[in-house]
Ligand binder design. Structure first.
Ligand code: ADP
Length: 362
């Protein structure tokens, strides 16, 4: 069994002609971590993954795997294995031959490679299907075969490009749990590309949020959720309102700021000069319907949309210079006093639940 490898990405860029897909990113992925590269379509996740795998050349910078510079190594020499979104299984081969394929390329003798392929299929609980062809399998089973095929090379890191996107929602959640278990059992480094916040939150020890070829934040999921580094991260993770304004001062450990056409509010943050533009994140689940209590802040919003979500109700409102503000209300509280679209409601939160956003180095 391979030792997990640390992956060190050092000021790496990827250019396709005039397009900069990845813009001088630096990132250390600890050995044995489950890392998710997360971000909207086109932000450079797959290019980054393909550069780690060696399927894409690196325009600038270096990648180290387990301490070795692999920048100019071909994929088979890196100690990585890649699982593609489409699984890329060979339709005319049975599962054993599919899984054994890379061993055949390496010249491993037939008896040994079939035995090892069967072991891998066993690991993925696919042994009973060994003589089937990929078309005779469900989506989840195909994925297990693709995993077996990637893992047979005994990689130090497994690279997964949107591995769950072809599955239906139920299977997605089941396979997600299987991936996590597999990673913990094997102990090797996983790098998993996804555009789903839920998926990244559920799987990762390290979430790397990317935007426009750059890294916005790389941290543990809890840190990303509780302390989003930038307005982009707060918006993309979806559980925060982002309110913009200009700093008016600082008191009692809070930055005070004014929303154009709206109220003066305050948020947790370091002192900043007056007049500076700030973005502030306010957790959607911490907003209350009601007037501010002592040490609290708020505004009156006109309800623009209501979505029932089961245990909670998502209310959208706007007003006082604040557009598109979301409140996640408890279902019991909501139905005790239902609200209608167009109604003006007081919204409030505690000052400690508002956080000034900005990269720590800015
Ligand atoms: P993501 O995985 O986040 O969707 P990609 O890494 O696939 O992002 O793409 C990042 C950017 O690079 C996009 O603007 C995309 O159009 C561009 N791009 C990706 N692959 C190629 C390619 N082979 N040739 C030209 N442009 C590409």
């Amino acid at each position: 069994m391979s030792q997990p490898a640390e992956i060190d990405i050092i000021s790496v860029s990827k250019k396709y002609g005039p397009t900069t897909a990845v813009d001088a990113i630096s990132l250390k992925i600890p050995a044995g971590a489950y890392c998710c590269l997360l971000g909207p379509s086109g932000c450079g996740k797959s290019s980054t993954l393909r550069m780690i795998a060696g399927h894409e050349s690196i325009s600038q910078g270096d990648i180290r795997l387990g301490g070795k510079v692999v920048t100019d190594f071909p994929p088979a020499k890196r100690g990585t294995a890649m699982m593609f979104q489409s699984y890329a299984l060979f339709p005319h081969m049975d599962l054993i031959d599919n899984v054994a394929f890379s061993l055949k390329m390496k010249g491993v003798e037939k008896g040994e490679r079939r035995a090892r392929a069967l072991d891998m299929l066993k690991l993925m609980q696919m042994e009973p299907y060994a003589s089937r062809r990929p078309a005779q399998l469900s989506g989840g089973q195909q994925q297990r075969v693709a995993l077996a095929r990637a893992l047979i090379t005994d990689p130090e890191a497994l690279l997964l490009d949107e591995p769950l996107s072809a599955l239906d929602p139920f299977l997605k959640i089941r396979m997600r749990a299987e991936l996590k278990r597999l990673q913990k059992n094997l102990g090797i480094t996983f790098v998993h590309v996804t555009h789903s916040q839920d998926e990244a939150m559920a799987l990762a020890d390290l979430i790397v949020v990317m935007n426009d070829g750059r890294i916005e934040q790389a941290a543990h999921p809890r840190e990303v959720f509780e302390r989003p580094a930038t307005a982009f991260v707060a918006r993309f993770m979806g559980d925060h309102n982002v309110v913009s304004g200009r700093v008016t001062g600082h008191r009692d450990g809070l930055v005070t700021f004014e929303v154009p056409g709206g109220p003066e509010l305050a948020a947790v943050g370091r002192p900043m000069e007056a007049g500076r533009a700030v973005d502030v994140a306010i957790r959607t689940d911490r907003v209350r319907i009601g007037a501010p209590e002592q040490e609290g802040f708020g505004f009156t919003g006109i309800v623009s949309n209501i979505e029932y979500q089961g245990a909670s109700v998502k209310i959208s409102a706007a007003g006082a210079g604040i557009e598109d503000f979301t409140v996640i209300a408890d279902d019991t509280a909501f139905f005790a006093r239902p609200i209608v679209i167009g109604e003006a409601i007081p919204l409030s939160w505690a000052a400690r639940d508002a956080l000034v956003l900005g990269r720590l180095d800015s």
